[in-house]
Write a protein that binds this ligand. Structure first.
Ligand code: GLU
Length: 294
C-alpha cells in the first residue's frame, strides 16, 4: 500500500516552490492509488510563525489538496524522537557532544582542514567516546556516528535524478540528532515519523536530496525501512536563486487556485489545460500517472 506525504515547515506560508512538492506528492499518491498525508514539521519552534500551520492547510485545501488523514504536528511527538535517540545511544550509535561551533572550527583548522566558504562543516569527531568523550565539559548536543571508511558510502536511487551517492564520513560527518538548544533535529524527526506513519514514498524538493543519505543511514541504524525517493525540480526566482522563504518568496496568490496549480504543474514538466480546478487536477493526475518514473 502506497503512503505518501507532504511535510511543510510552518516557518511561513506556501510559496510557488513549495506548491510544486505538495502537488507532486499528491499526484504521485493518486497515480499509485495510495494515501496522501500532511505532517506539520514544527520541531524548530523558534523559526515557526504562529498560525502558519493552519494557513498552509488552508492553502492546500484551496488548491484541492486535502490529506486522507488528520495531519500530525511534530511538536507533539517528542516522546517518539526521545525513544529513538535512547535506542541509538543504547546501541552505541549516538553520543553526546560538547563542542560549540567555534570549537569545531578550531579543531578543523588544527587538522589542516580550514573551513571553505559555504562548505559543510564536517564534524571532526572531537567528542567521540574513543577520543575521550566529553572530558568533563557539559553536554550540548547528541550526534549520530557515521563511518569514516568505505562503509560511509551511501548509494541510493532517486526516481527522477537517478543513481546518487555520498560519503557520509567525508562529506557530512557525525551529525546532530538533538541540538544544543534542546530541539530535535530535522533528520531524526523526519526518519522517525516517515516510519511511524508507514510512508512508502517520499516526494519532496530537490534542495533536500543531499539529506537523503543521512536519513537512509539513520533508518538502517534504527532498523526502519527506506522509502522510495523522488526529488522535484526547484523553482527559481527572477534572480536565478531557488525560491525560499529565506530569500523572500511571496506566499502563493490563491485568488485563482487553478492558476497556482497550473504553474506548479508546469514546473513538473506537465501541460496543464485551462479550466476549473477539479478538471485540471484530474487531467494532471492522468499526465503524472502516464509519465511518472517508477
Ligand atoms: N519540512 C521540510 C521542509 O519544509 C521538508 C521535509 C521533507 O519533506 O522531508 O523543508
Amino acid at each position: 500500500m502506497y503512503i505518501g506525504r507532504f511535510a511543510p515547515s510552518p516557518t511561513g506560508l506556501l510559496h510557488a516552490g513549495s506548491l510544486v512538492a505538495a502537488l507532486a506528492s499528491w499526484l504521485d499518491a493518486g497515480a499509485h492509488g495510495g494515501r496522501w498525508l500532511v505532517r506539520i514539521e514544527d520541531v524548530d519552534g523558534p523559526r515557526c510563525v504562529p498560525g502558519a500551520d493552519r494557513l498552509i492547510l488552508d492553502q492546500l485545501a484551496r488548491c484541492g489538496l486535502v490529506p486522507d488523514e488528520t495531519p500530525v504536528w511534530q511538536s507533539r511527538r517528542g516522546a517518539l524522537y526521545q525513544a529513538a535517540l535512547d535506542r541509538l545511544v543504547a546501541a552505541g550509535a549516538a553520543y553526546p557532544c560538547a563542542c560549540t561551533r567555534a570549537d569545531i572550527e578550531r579543531a578543523l583548522a588544527e587538522q589542516g582542514r580550514p573551513l571553505l566558504r559555504h562548505a559543510e562543516r564536517v564534524y571532526p569527531g572531537t567528542c567521540r567516546p574513543e577520543h575521550g568523550g566529553l572530558r568533563g565539559r557539559p553536554e550540548r548536543a547528541w550526534r549520530l556516528r557515521v563511518p569514516d571508511d568505505d562503509a560511509g558510502w551511501i548509494d541510493w536511487q532517486d526516481r527522477r535524478l537517478g543513481p546518487q551517492r555520498q560519503h557520509l564520513g567525508r562529506e557530512v560527518g557525525d551529525f546532530i540528532l538533538k541540538r544544543a538548544d534542546g530541539l530535535w533535529a530535522y533528520q531524526l524527526a523526519v526518519v522517525v515519523d516517515d516510519a511511524a506513519q508507514g510512508i512508502t514514498h517520499v516526494v519532496r524538493g530537490e534542495d533536500l536530496a543531499d539529506n537523503t543519505p543521512r536519513q537512509i543511514w539513520l533508518q538502517r541504524r534504527l532498523g526502519l525501512p527506506t522509502p522510495a525517493y523522488l526529488h522535484t525540480p526547484l523553482v527559481r526566482g527572477a534572480n536565478g536563486e531557488k525560491l525560499s522563504k529565506q530569500n523572500g518568496a511571496q506566499p502563493l496568490d490563491l485568488a485563482d487556485p487553478a492558476r497556482a496549480v497550473a504553474g506548479a504543474a508546469r514546473a513538473l514538466g506537465l501541460s496543464p489545460p485551462p479550466g476549473p480546478l477539479a478538471a485540471l487536477l484530474d487531467e494532471l493526475g492522468r499526465q503524472w500517472a502516464a509519465a511518472c518514473p517508477g
